[in-house]
Design a protein around this ligand. Structure first.
Ligand code: ADA
Length: 578
């Protein structure tokens, strides 16, 4: 069942994507002073250019690679006297929104969704000025750092919506499956304003007749009740059946989509609908060279087709909250997702910065709220490769795990660690996830035959986990891989050739297939991706992370064929040629 805009499938909602007026303002005071944007009033700015929305300016030919402030401007019509909600599904790195030239709110959680209330006005036409800054500021953009191994873009990454509010309305409804066989669900809805007694709530399942739910518990903006799907069908990768719930308050309708499935950990196994699960997947950055993270529907669909061709049932959404459109398609196509909040090798200084920790918690909670109903999301993660072997990390990891469990007790929690031998936080995780690069980085693969290091290196990790009493949990290799320059072939099959990458991945896949202590793998990575030319430059030819099994234009390398041999149900077809 396809729904065009599940998140904003609501009355009086419309999409504001299109072409907006634009001005690149750069360094606002010419002093290189990063605080210039804090007090800047954009009302006098004349826009001399245009920009697509979604669209990032620093991937566009005119502003490629620039760092500075930019203004996106449009005007919309809202019925006079009515409030509205503006919703951005993802943007970065920092933004301030002005409505009718008045500053309204700041956004400082790159990649997260952002909802803003638009106050009513006597005028129908309203001006929207969105000031965006893609410069890295130690306090303003505390979640991102210049040493990250992926390019941080500036602009509107994802869809923009406007929803007019003409009375009581539901903002969000989280559906928890109580019994997938009988279709019993618990709904926790949130309204924009506190509920009033004289507006009855009605609901409809799968587009059926509206009924009045029984035993509705109301507390301010929160509404809770239980309901039963009339013809329940379980969701699974093989049969990704979906159901819908519509909540009606007055004349406002809000529809969300969900799936009936259970995910749980049972000793070292991960069970989906009580069946053991093997995760076969890749890590994926949401980006391509031409448009950065502002991928079109066509590009997202093509990526998912590529994943399916490989035979993947799993994707790790590295390293930030995912686009709702991507998750909608994973729901429809039966892909399983590890979704994580933004983080890349945070260090002790981060753990001891209360603002950083607050932001991680805020973004993690927001991610769960946004993605709660996607059956494809089977585990939550956070802080990729933090310095989690340090005592300073412990209160932080505990706090984030507690926040996740409070938001959602139904999904396993994990985090990708690159400290398997001295990790201090594994006891908090339901699934042990380890990033490891034997056979690639010399420190993990010394010696003349790096490929021979791979199996012993994985065994050493598993043995260490067993000795630490952690073999009672599912074990996921959350990253492993090798760089290959697309089109680079050589009879010696050395580092950077497609052949070496294919051989390394084959060794990994054979080990994963033959060792039942391994619950799954997310190969690093789906496709090549732009990164920075800094201290990493010599390990990142072309300023790209070249460990993709596809290049950045999604052309397959040799490794793609190897993966397909291991994972796909043989259809007799070969991968499309380069
Ligand atoms: C890390 C990191 C990835 C990527 C990878 C690599 O494990 O989590 O984002 O940088 O290393 O290519 O070295």
């Amino acid at each position: 069942m396809t729904m065009p805009f599940p998140i904003y499938h609501a009355t009086r909602a419309r999409c504001l994507n299109g072409v907006w007026s634009f001005a690149f303002l750069g360094d606002l005071d010419g002093l290189g002073d990063l605080d210039d944007v804090e007090t800047f009033d954009p009302s006098g700015v004349r826009c001399n250019d245009v920009m697509a929305v979604p669209g990032v300016y620093d991937a566009s030919p005119t502003y490629a690679g620039t760092r500075g402030v930019a203004l996106y401007r449009t005007s919309i019509e809202i019925e006079p006297g009515r409030e509205a909600q503006l919703r951005f599904d993802g943007l970065g790195l920092w933004a301030r929104l002005f409505i009718d030239r008045q500053p309204v709110e700041v956004h400082d959680l790159p990649y997260s969704g952002w909802s803003v209330r638009v106050p009513p006005s006597d005028h129908r036409r309203r001006q929207i000025d969105l000031l965006i800054d893609n410069r890295l500021h130690p306090a303003r953009t505390v979640l991102v750092e210049p040493y990250f191994d992926f390019y941080l873009y500036g602009g509107v990454y994802r869809d923009v919506w406007c929803r007019e509010l003409a009375g009581p309305a539901v903002e969000q409804a989280r559906v928890t499956v109580l019994d997938r066989d009988t279709g019993k669900i618990a709904v926790a809805a949130r309204t924009f304003d506190p509920m009033v007694d004289d507006v009855p709530l009605r609901i409809a399942l799968d587009g059926g007749d509206f009924i009045t739910p029984t035993d509705v518990a109301v507390d301010g903006n929160s509404v809770r009740f239980e309901a039963t799907v009339p013809q329940p069908k379980a969701w699974s990768p093989a049969e990704p059946n979906l159901h819908t719930l519509t909540l009606c308050l007055g004349d406002d309708r809000f529809t969300t989509r969900f799936g009936l499935r259970d995910i749980r950990v049972d000793g070292p196994r991960l069970l989906l609908n009580d069946e053991p699960l093997q995760l076969h997947g890749v890590c994926r950055h949401e980006a391509c060279p031409q448009v950065g993270p502002a991928l079109s529907d066509a590009q997202i669909v093509h990526d998912l087709q590529r994943l399916k061709q490989l035979g993947c049932n799993f994707v790790r959404g590295s390293h930030y909250p995912q686009s709702p459109r991507f998750l909608d398609l994973c729901d429809e196509m039966g892909l399983l997702v590890f979704e994580e909040s933004l983080g890349w090798q945070p260090r002790i200084g981060h753990f001891n910065n209360p603002h950083f920790v607050d932001q991680v918690e805020k973004q993690t909670r927001r991610m769960i709220d946004t993605s709660f109903n996607h059956p494809s999301v089977i585990m939550w993660g956070f802080l990729n490769e933090g310095d989690s072997h340090t005592p300073d990390s412990q209160p932080v990891y505990r706090r984030i795990v507690n926040a996740i469990r409070e938001e959602d007790p139904t999904r396993p929690v994990t985090f990708a660690s690159n400290h398997p031998f001295d990790e201090r936080n594994f006891d908090l995780a339901d699934v042990i996830s380890v990033n490891t690069y034997p056979g690639w980085y010399a420190d993990e693969a010394a010696g003349p035959s790096p490929l021979k290091e791979i199996v012993p290196a994985i065994d050493r990790i598993l043995d260490h986990l067993a000795a630490s009493g952690l073999s009672d949990r599912p074990f996921l290799i959350s990253e492993i891989g090798a760089g290959a320059i697309y089109g680079w072939h050589d009879p010696l099959r050395n580092h950077w050739t497609e052949g070496y990458q294919a051989d390394l991945i084959e060794t990994v896949l054979r080990k994963v297939r033959d060792d039942d202590r391994v619950t799954g793998v997310a190969l690093w990575q789906f496709c090549d991706g732009r990164t920075y030319a800094d201290s990493q430059a010599l390990r990142r030819p072309r300023s790209f992370n070249n460990k993709g099994v596809f290049d950045e234009y999604r052309r397959p390398k040799l490794a793609a064929g190897v993966i397909r041999q291991y994972w796909s149900i043989d259809t007799g077809e070969s991968l499309p040629p380069h």
